[in-house]
Design a protein around this ligand. Structure first.
Ligand code: K80
Length: 451
């Protein structure tokens, strides 16, 4: 074991109220919005397939040219209340918005740069309007902040010379100032989502990231930060050099999920962030370039995350004018319709302590030990759901969440294992079966085979 002085700051898993709320939220909306939304992946008539928020590098655009987009940023269609209503109807309990992406443009009026919303035709504190509207809908707000900053003259990928090191000291001060400014201006913010921390410059500053996490948590007690914020003094990221998780939850699942049967992942808090297209975070004008995920695919990801004690952060990329494309509005509505009927298997739910089975996913509410949720995505060809619980578990009753009076026929096929007869009729959406268990002391002893 290495001696790590600047590794984990807060003992995990956190059991304070703020973290319990974060955990029970389960479903969040990611918003990527910045100057990149203006060109939307197309530059001088050429469409670039790579992620639209990377157009500056994909199209080899100079910083001066890119930064002049600032004078075009005027989201006349932006209506924070409308955005917050769409999010509320979709069923998200929290939102994470890019305050500053790699381009360096700030959606809030910052004292530390002119490359911000104040110096655009819009002028007003857009981020402030956004936070107020979402909080009024009862949605927690967390802020995405990119340490990597293509605009800032003191950004360095690597610190080779003394001049590099001096420049990066200024960049670190700028970063700390902006983050403290964000927490000062927006005290209701619940979390910070760091990105752009993979370069050598940051890995060489592990102690700084430790001290910064400490300062930010002193400024905003209960603040929740992702593991991506941190490096230890040896340059190890997310997990310190002894494999101990840093930050407050693991944020390595970007556009990918763990294996559905992976149990190890359930021991930490974690979050998966996901795009609707194959790989677009910022607005891209052309969504015919790759597969666009359906609401069923996205609902299955949300359910899988919940089944493994993870949160699901689904990304939306609004247009430069400040409205969402129709496909995103439609998906938000479809997901919201499903959540209207089934959110009880998501909010305040997590890993049921059971092996994944072929019909779908188990989730269990943190508030009850004698009920288990089965979220079905695959109907069995033999018309019976094989349900394998822990040994000694006895099902008292099983029924559809949508038809609680109608009990399933049960057939006990082994200790803690049952067949449930399938429901009649077609189900076009994923549906929920509630399993009510006999409480523990009423169990009948079942002879285990001697082999
Ligand atoms: C190689 C790469 C760098 C940065 C990213 C950023 N992280 C996501 C959360 C988005 O912000 C994306 O732009 C993605 C891939």
């Amino acid at each position: 074991k290495k001696e790590v002085k600047y590794g984990q700051l807060t003992e995990l898993p956190r059991q304070d109220e703020a973290m319990k709320k974060w955990r029970s939220n389960r479903f969040g909306q990611f918003i990527h919005w910045g100057l990149y939304a203006i060109p939307g992946g197309i530059w001088e008539g050429k469409t670039y397939k790579y992620a639209a928020e990377f157009l500056k590098s994909s199209a080899g655009i100079s910083t001066a040219t890119w930064d002049s987009l600032q004078y075009q940023f005027n989201p006349v269609k932006f209506d924070a209340k409308e955005w917050a209503k769409m999010a509320k109807d979709m069923g998200v309990k929290y939102v994470t918005i890019t305050t500053k992406h790699h381009e360096g443009f700030c959606l809030w009026p910052s004292k530390y740069t002119d490359f911000d919303i104040e110096n655009t035709p819009y002028r007003k504190d857009l981020l402030g309007e956004f936070i107020k509207a979402y909080n009024e809908e009862g949605i927690d707000v967390s802020l995405y902040y990119s340490v990597l900053d293509w605009h800032h003259p003191d950004w360095r990928y690597k610190l080779n010379t003394e001049e590099d090191k001096a420049a990066f000291e200024r960049l670190k001060a700028f970063t700390e100032n902006q983050l403290l400014e964000l927490l000062e201006r927006y005290p209701t913010v619940k979390g910070l989502w760091f990105d752009g921390t993979w370069d050598q410059c940051w890995k060489d500053n592990g102690k700084f990231s430790y001290d910064l996490e400490k300062k930010l948590k002193e400024k905003n007690p209960g603040l929740i930060v992702n593991s991506r914020m941190r490096a230890d003094e040896y340059g190890s990221r997310h997990f310190d050099s002894n494999g101990v998780l840093m930050g407050d939850y693991e944020s390595g699942y970007e556009r990918r999920l763990p294996n559905p049967w992976d149990v190890a992942v359930t021991k930490n808090d974690w979050e998966c962030c996901m795009t609707i297209p194959e790989n677009q975070w910022g607005y891209h004008k052309d969504w015919t370039l790759t597969h666009i995920k359906t609401s069923n695919e996205l609902i299955e990801m949300l359910v899988q995350c919940t089944s493994q004690n993870g949160n699901f952060l689904l990304n939306f990329g609004p247009r430069g004018e400040g409205n969402f494309r129709e496909k995103e509005v439609k998906l938000a509505k479809e997901i919201g319709d499903w959540m209207d009927d089934n959110s009880s298997v998501i909010y305040n739910c997590g890993y049921a302590g059971l092996k994944k089975q072929s019909w779908g996913y188990f989730t269990k509410s943190s508030d009850s030990d004698d009920a288990i949720n089965m979220v079905v995505f695959n109907k069995p060809i033999n018309g019976k759901y094989r349900v394998k619980l822990n040994k000694g578990s006895i099902i008292k009753r099983a029924y559809l969440l949508s038809k609680p009076k109608k009990s399933f026929n049960l057939e006990e096929i082994a200790n803690g294992e049952y067949f449930l007869d399938d429901v009649k009729g077609k189900c076009k959406d994923p549906f929920v079966i509630i399993i009510e268990l006999e409480d523990k002391d009423s169990k009948k002893f079942k002879q285990k085979a001697l082999t």
